[in-house]
Design a protein around this ligand. Structure first.
Ligand code: CU
Ligand code: CU
Length: 290
């Protein structure tokens, strides 16, 4: 029977405690940092070389769907009642939201070094020691809204701009695609200033600290953002039932631009798994959103 992923704002305090406890247990066992490393490994940019599966590519959505499922299975080995909640950032938009409470994600970083000082993931509690990534300190960092150059969370209007695009993705299938749902939701643009970051990317920017870049899994709110992105993909499919659910169908041909061999087409595996985007177009029978 399918389990339910809930809106984090509607979790009971007992549900929050069990989710946090399962996270902390994965961290103690060393399993959590394996997820951080996997994300770092597969966070390949346009300018890099080789296959891009996690970001700046059509498989952004199915790759993260599978990544969340792997993580959720690990959590459920600790506590079978736990699932990954989602954060609707069009609604819960302030540092005062219950999301950032001391019994859940904890609060902002302090001004001097951006170190998170409250909640279960504060370094001072002894469990959440950052081991992967390029930061100097071993503590979790956040910088809500980036006060030096303030940025807001994405608005409903900005999300609608992505959700209303009926085409899943478009050439050149990377961070420079100006049309297509995938990149409008992932949120890369060539605009200047804050307008550069949209939707999913803008959430990473707004939280700041470890949420910037490939080591963003170090911040557990990563999962809540990506659960919402995963839910949004369902809504997009429901809104555009006649659209191809994934593009491209086939690998771009050799000699037709730089994308040959750099992206996963619909029936090609997304490492580190054997999973193809086509196998992850739905999740019925596994979980559903409430
Ligand atoms: Cu990612
Ligand atoms: Cu992300």
């Amino acid at each position: 029977m399918a389990y339910i992923r809930k809106n984090q704002a509607r979790l009971t305090s007992a549900e929050k405690r069990r989710f946090v406890n399962a996270l902390l247990e994965l961290k103690r066992k060393g399993e959590y940092d394996e997820f951080v490393r996997t994300h770092i490994t597969y966070y390949v940019s346009d300018g890099g070389s080789g296959l891009r599966v996690a970001h700046m590519a059509p498989s952004f959505l199915p790759w993260h769907r599978r990544f969340l499922l792997e993580f959720e299975r690990a959590l459920q080995r600790v506590d079978p009642a736990v699932s990954v909640p989602y954060w609707d950032w069009t609604v819960d938009r302030t540092p005062g939201a219950s999301l950032w409470g001391g019994g859940f994600m904890g609060g902002n970083g302090r001004r001097s070094d951006r170190q998170v000082m409250t909640g279960p993931f504060a370094r001072t509690n002894g469990v959440w020691v950052i081991k992967e990534g390029e930061a100097d300190g071993d503590f979790l960092m956040r910088d809500f809204g980036r006060p030096r150059n303030p940025i807001e969370l994405p608005t409903k209007a900005q999300l609608a701009w992505a959700m209303n695009d009926p085409v899943y993705d478009t050439p050149p299938w990377d961070s420079t695609s100006t049309e297509g749902y995938r990149n409008k939701l992932e949120g890369w643009t060539s605009a200047t200033g804050n307008d550069r970051w949209r939707n999913h990317n803008r959430v990473h920017r707004w939280v700041g600290g470890h949420m910037l870049g490939g080591a963003s899994v170090n911040d557990p709110v990563f999962w809540l953002n990506h659960a919402f992105v995963d839910l949004l993909w369902d809504r997009w499919q429901a809104r555009h039932p006649r659209s191809a659910p994934y593009l491209p169908e086939r690998q771009p041909k050799a000699g037709h631009g730089p994308q040959h061999g750099r992206i996963a087409a619909r029936y090609e595996a997304m490492p580190p798994w054997d999973a193809k985007p086509d196998e992850l177009l739905g999740h019925r029978g596994i979980y559903r959103y409430a």
